[in-house]
Design a binder for this molecule. Structure first.
Ligand code: ZN
Ligand code: ZN
Length: 282
């Protein structure tokens, strides 16, 4: 089995927001339960590893893991909070005399190269328009509605019969874009606010109340919310349904295999793993 680790769980601004003195941002600056880097995950296991997205907190996340190099990064879309770290990654590759492997839909690669035209000196760019296999995961992407921000991509990942989706930036998905969300072991979904009051035309990511409706419609076995703004306070009890939780920085979950009774030990996160095993055994 592989580990899915949440490196960043924040919205486009991260938490704390630099201008903000609200209670959540203040807590994020001190004890740090709500400290959120821009959204990114790593999947790692015996077949290798890859990141999804490479925002402006890339270096901070690498440093906090004590990691010097990542070879493969899959990107969802070309917004700053998902690609802002690519130049630093490419530069690190240059200094290490290694090539990074960047995976994204062709139209996303085109935008990335317009923005950072020098990246392909140190990164090999791979289109995922017809799917890709990374670390043994069979991955297909599809275009998802991203509200006022246009479109993003979500990814459906499958290995050993285990299927999960990473969909960090989407809202109000039309029926056909929801089809890949059925029959999932795990849905990772972006929810910027608990209940966002702003006019719909100005919004770009699901809120928690809408996400819960989506979950009851498509029925994943387990769901994790990410891409959260300073509206979400992880010290509060939100009474989410069973099998639905907020991600926090460093959260780890097992993905990609059938559940066995021999629970492999993961540093410092035994409790979390037991919770997941409990869920999957039902
Ligand atoms: Zn985003
Ligand atoms: Zn704030």
């Amino acid at each position: 089995m592989d580990r899915l680790i949440f490196l960043g769980t924040g919205d486009a601004m991260g938490v704390p927001r630099v201008y903000c003195d609200c209670e959540v941002c203040t807590e994020a600056r001190t004890t740090g339960v709500n400290r959120r880097f821009r959204s990114s995950v790593v999947v790692e296991g015996a077949d290798g590893s890859f990141f999804i997205d490479c925002g402006p907190d890339f270096v901070t996340m690498m440093e906090s893991r004590g990691q010097r190099f990542i070879e493969r990064i899959l990107v969802t879309h070309a917004h700053f909070d998902h690609i802002g770290g690519l130049p630093e990654w490419a530069d690190a590759c240059r200094w290490m005399n290694k090539k990074g492997q960047l995976y994204a839909p062709q139209e996303v690669l085109d935008v990335i190269l317009r923005q950072y035209p020098w990246l392909d000196r140190n990164l090999n760019l791979h289109t995922v328009d017809h799917g890709v296999i990374l670390a043994g995961w069979d991955i297909t992407g599809w275009k998802v509605f991203h509200g006022k921000n246009g479109y993003s991509y979500a990814y459906r990942l499958e290995k050993n019969g285990y299927v999960w989706v990473y969909c960090s930036d989407a809202i109000a998905l039309p029926t056909e874009q929801k089809l890949p969300l059925y029959e999932l072991d795990l849905l990772v979904l972006g929810t910027s606010f608990y209940h966002e009051e702003a006019e719909f035309s100005t919004r770009s990511v699901y809120d928690v109340t809408e996400a819960l409706e989506l979950i009851s419609e498509v029925g994943p076995k387990q769901s994790i919310f990410t891409h959260m703004s300073h509206d979400i306070d992880l010290r509060r009890k939100y009474n989410l349904p069973d099998r639905v939780e907020f991600a926090e920085t460093g959260l780890e979950r097992w993905v990609g295999g059938k559940i066995s009774k021999n629970i492999p030990e993961v540093d410092g996160n035994i409790e979390a793993n037991q919770v997941e095993f409990g869920i999957d055994e039902v």
